[in-house]
Design a binder for this molecule. Structure first.
Ligand code: GDG
Length: 475
């Protein structure tokens, strides 16, 4: 059994099976987290504990590209109860301000506990004495405590990629105490926004009556001593340089021109790129755009909205319903406003390679990020990173975590349809000088604060936690 000094625990392993390949054919998953942690994993002789993404599949631990991968198996029933149920139909809607009604089912919770225990056991078996373990996201909120119980020698971090809701909503959760206790097993608990960390600290005070001071949470231990866990914001980012490099590639620029051409060279291309998810505000965006066409503020001959809605969680009822609603709206807009030469909305229910996404970013004059609630929203940062000529406008929801940093965007409250319409018109009409002024400032933020900086600052906080712990043990 490998004993690693640094272990990441996430719902998914950082690899996907190669389609059509053999049992042992894996490729690196495209995600930002994987890119961010790659250098750390190599340097630290790291291991990654996670699910392979297929139910009822037992895979032995294996090495991939310098990282030791430890697969956790899930049965199809567990995928249904722990993943699609508790994670994606309870925590996801509850933590995104109940945009869709969360379902509370005791058998989902039981499966969640059981699967979290399995991940904690796998991590405990993988970590070397005194190692650092970094747990990722809301599917694994109980792992920090379960792991600490088994391995008090470890330094444990947890990062929460999605929002943490206000207590008035969080308190609905029948297992609100267990979840807080689970998270408090970590030495450092990271959130996207300062407000998320604040909501968490308040929940800790309300549920457990612990004292919090700044980012410190004072946890009474069984032996009468107090342990201090740190809960604060570490806003995640992207591999900005990789996006800049792709944006400079001639083949990708040529593809962007081809995309514009294919749409009939409209004066303005608006773009939305989201997983098809009710948190992303796709319906609000379509409603605002439809009204602009109806009111004549926007003409189909001049403006096209390209909406990429990548398939997501297709077995969860709320997602099936959302897809039907969006597709009905798109078809209505097409029927009312398309001409033989122009299309109002080019709707694409597909996933695309990263290069194609960058070509789309380059082709788009206006990027619409109108999430009703979003932990961060990396698409906003990716768009900004690719705009090397400082042109283009980002319309950004104040309910996305990215709004804290990207304050030079055109800010919107997506619930305010009139406000959203005004923002879209303003973006379409914005002078090149104003575009450039705003984009320069946005780009500075995204280039300075990339994902490498994010992971370094989180890991530095863990090193500090370790120092405090060692100091305490020595005393
Ligand atoms: C969660 C939180 C937080 C999308 N379609 C395609 C594609 N994408 C890529 C985007 C972007 C990523 O997927 C989506 O990231 P987001 O941040 O926008 O949203 P979530 O998936 O909801 O992520 C979020 C994030 O975790 C990180 O902490 O920011 O708030 O909800 O990178 O470009 N990529 C490709 N083809 C597609 O069709 N290649």
């Amino acid at each position: 059994m490998t004993q690693a000094e640094f272990v990441v625990v996430a719902n998914r392993l950082p690899v996907d099976r190669v389609p059509g390949g053999g049992e042992d054919d894996w490729r690196r998953s495209p995600g930002g987290l994987v890119t961010a942690l790659e250098p750390v994993m190599r340097r630290a002789d790291g291991a990654w504990v996670g699910w392979v993404g297929q139910a009822d599949h037992h895979v032995e631990p294996f090495d991939f590209d310098g990282t030791h991968l430890v697969p956790v198996a899930l049965s199809s029933e567990e995928v249904e109860l722990y993943y699609e149920g508790m994670s994606n139909d309870t925590f996801w809607p509850l933590y995104h301000d109940v945009i869709s009604a969360p379902q509370y089912h005791r058998e989902w919770w039981d499966a969640y506990v059981k699967v979290n225990r399995r991940f904690a056991e796998a991590a405990a078996d993988t970590a070397a004495e005194g190692a650092t373990v970094w747990v990722q996201d809301y599917q694994l909120q109980l792992v920090p405590r379960l792991l600490r119980e088994r391995r008090p020698d470890l330094t444990i971090g947890y990062f929460h990629h999605i929002p943490f809701p206000a207590y008035g909503l969080y308190s609905q959760l029948p297992w609100r105490r267990q979840v807080i206790e689970g998270l408090l097993g970590a030495d450092v608990i990271g959130f996207q926004r300062v407000a998320d960390a604040g909501n968490f600290a308040r929940a800790v005070r309300r549920v457990l009556h612990y004292t919090t001071k700044g980012s410190g949470i004072h946890i009474p231990e069984d032996d009468g001593s107090t342990r201090v866990a740190v809960a604060r914001a570490f806003p995640i980012s992207i591999d900005s340089e990789a996006y800049v490099e792709m944006a400079r590639r001639e083949d990708i620029q040529a593809r962007a021109a081809e995309i514009r051409e294919g749409l009939g060279n409209p004066r303005t291309i608006l773009l939305g790129v989201d997983r098809l998810d009710y948190t992303k505000g796709i319906r609000h965006r379509l409603k605002a755009f439809g009204e602009l066409l109806a009111g004549g503020e926007v003409d189909v001959a001049d403006v096209t909205l390209v909406q990429v809605a990548s398939p997501s969680r297709e077995r969860v009822g709320a997602y099936m319903q959302l897809r039907d609603e969006i597709e009905l709206t798109v078809a209505r807009i097409a029927g009312d406003y398309d001409t033989l030469d122009h299309t109002a909305v080019r709707y694409l229910h597909h996933s695309y390679p990263r290069e194609e996404m960058v070509a789309l970013f380059l082709a788009a004059d206006v990027m619409l990020v109108t999430a009703l609630r979003d932990g961060m929203n990396l698409v906003a940062k990716e768009y900004v990173a690719t705009r090397t000529d400082n042109r283009g406008v980002l319309v950004l929801s104040e309910f996305a975590g990215a709004a804290d940093e990207l304050s030079s965007a055109v800010m919107v409250n997506p619930h305010d349809i009139d406000g959203l319409k005004e923002a879209i018109v303003r973006a379409i009409e914005m002078s090149p000088a104003e575009q450039s002024r705003r984009m320069r400032s946005l780009r500075r933020k995204v280039l300075d604060n990339d994902v490498g900086r994010w992971s370094r600052s989180f890991l530095d906080a863990l090193v500090e936690a370790r120092r405090v712990k060692d100091g305490k043990d020595a005393a």
